[in-house]
Design a protein around this ligand. Structure first.
Ligand SMILES: Nc1nc2c(c(=O)[nH]1)N[C@H]1C(S)=C(S)[C@@H](COP(=O)(O)O)O[C@H]1N2
Ligand SMILES: [Mo]
Length: 419
């Protein structure tokens, strides 16, 4: 059953009780067990308004992912459980955004500047006065699934499982018409638009968070300056009061707490554009290309979503018995062509069935699928593999895309169930 409204309620007290009860640990959802094993501070204490039992990857930065057993319950991923990723400690002046509460929009300004004849300062009220559109799109960290690369060689960074993603309804001002309406007279030398966020590095040597988009790239045709998420003003931790949403692109290209839009001749030197969040141009093996070897010449940004499917049910913690079972999950891509097929196996790839694939809410939203399978006593490996109308499909072995920073995992999903 997919819920429209958030109603999950493990409180901190209940979680503490669970955590304290000897023997109860083994009976808990895998995600909660992982959190306990790491002895991390609970997610609800790291970002106010998040539920307990999120899988915490970095306490100081508030990095956490959603257990699939929660993610699968909702049509649109609620703010209480949506994964969170930030790059600078939310301490001191930055403490305001460690919450799902809504920031005060009244003094917020977006400076639109650079190679333009007339720079502009845009207020939230200006955006609110413009025509708004809604779009449901998957937001996913480029590091989602990073932990699976460890089967070849473990890479540094948060060891994400599949929960660094969500299916979210965004609402706001279409980006291109907005830029046109400003009548800034953009210079012909301008080749890039760089979006910057409010957040600042902890030390002056650190790099700002900024991302550059080629002007004229088709991904920007669908971009919006979002003011709302799931029908409410965007929570601080998810980038309120205004966030640049570029449907079909990895999370890093969806800049939160937007403060600047710069028209530039070159892409940003920000570490998050020029060396981080990049993929080697050709496949590499461990040892061939190091985590510090990235340049703008030998690598590409983690930009459009690679096609992907994720099994939501059954999960090991569902403890299904032997016999027939319905396997369900989601699939998505960059929105360039619809998902046309999801193949599913419940016997480790010996036999496959085509799943029934539901229509998606938008080209960038996730598609739900379901397929019959059967479980025998012992170990069972479930696999799902999505294909789209452009013939793009998931590699059966995602390790073919191994890369030193562990981005863009899109291997056919594997879930092992012991019966
Ligand atoms: N201003 C700003 N925007 C940002 C980031 C950031 O650190 N600062 N992180 C990016 C990354 S890498 C991801 S995956 C998404 C995470 O979005 P979420 O925390 O709302 O789920 O935000 C992106 N936008
Ligand atoms: Mo990310």
């Amino acid at each position: 059953m997919r819920k429209d409204k958030f109603d999950f309620a493990i409180t901190r007290r209940q979680f503490g009780k669970l955590a304290g009860a000897a023997g109860a640990v083994a009976a808990m959802p895998g995600a909660v067990r992982t959190a306990l094993a790491q002895e991390a501070t609970d997610s609800a204490e790291i970002i106010t308004g998040k539920v307990s039992g999120m899988i915490v990857h970095n306490e100081k930065l508030g990095v956490m992912e959603t257990p699939l057993a929660l993610l699968r319950d909702y049509k649109h991923t609620p703010k209480e459980i949506l994964f969170n990723r930030l790059h600078f400690p939310h301490e001191g002046a930055a403490a305001w955004y460690a919450t799902t509460d809504v920031p005060d929009p009244s003094s917020w300004t977006i400076n639109v500047d650079g190679l333009v004849a007339r720079p502009r300062a845009v207020k939230i009220a200006d955006l609110q006065a413009m025509d708004q559109v809604k779009v449901v799109s998957v937001i996913q960290c480029a590091g989602n699934g990073r932990s699976y690369y460890a089967a070849k060689e473990k890479v540094g960074g948060g060891q994400w499982h599949n929960g660094g993603m969500g299916n979210v309804e965004w609402e706001g001002v279409p980006f291109k018409p907005f830029l046109d309406s400003l009548e800034m007279e953009v210079g012909s030398e301008a080749k890039w638009i760089t979006a910057g966020g409010w957040d600042q590095p902890a030390t002056p040597q650190g790099s700002d968070f900024a991302k550059s988009y080629p002007i004229g790239d088709k991904a920007l045709d669908n971009a919006i300056l979002a003011l709302k998420m799931n029908g409410e003003a965007i929570p601080a931790c998810h980038g309120g009061p205004v966030r640049l949403i570029v449907p079909g692109c990895y999370g890093n290209f969806n800049v939160k707490m937007l403060t600047t839009l710069l028209f530039e001749a070159f892409e940003s030197p920000s570490a998050y554009q020029s060396v981080g969040y990049r993929m080697p141009k050709t496949p590499v093996e461990p040892g061939q290309f190091g985590a510090n070897d990235y340049t703008i010449f030998n690598s590409d940004p983690t930009y459009r979503h690679k096609i992907k499917s994720v099994i939501f049910s059954p999960l090991p913690e569902d403890k299904p018995g032997a016999g027939s079972v319905t396997i369900t999950g989601v699939a998505f891509n960059d929105g360039e062509g619809p998902i046309t097929r999801v193949e599913v196996s419940s016997d480790g790839g010996q036999t496959w069935v085509d799943a029934a694939v539901e229509a998606a809410e938008s080209p960038w939203a996730w598609y739900h699928w379901s397929a019959p399978g059967s479980l025998k006593s012992g170990s069972n490996t479930l696999i799902s593999r999505a294909t789209d109308s452009l013939g793009r499909t998931q590699p059966l072995d995602g390790l073919v895309w191994w890369n030193p920073r562990g981005y863009e995992w899109n291997g056919a999903d594997h879930v092992t169930i012991e019966v």
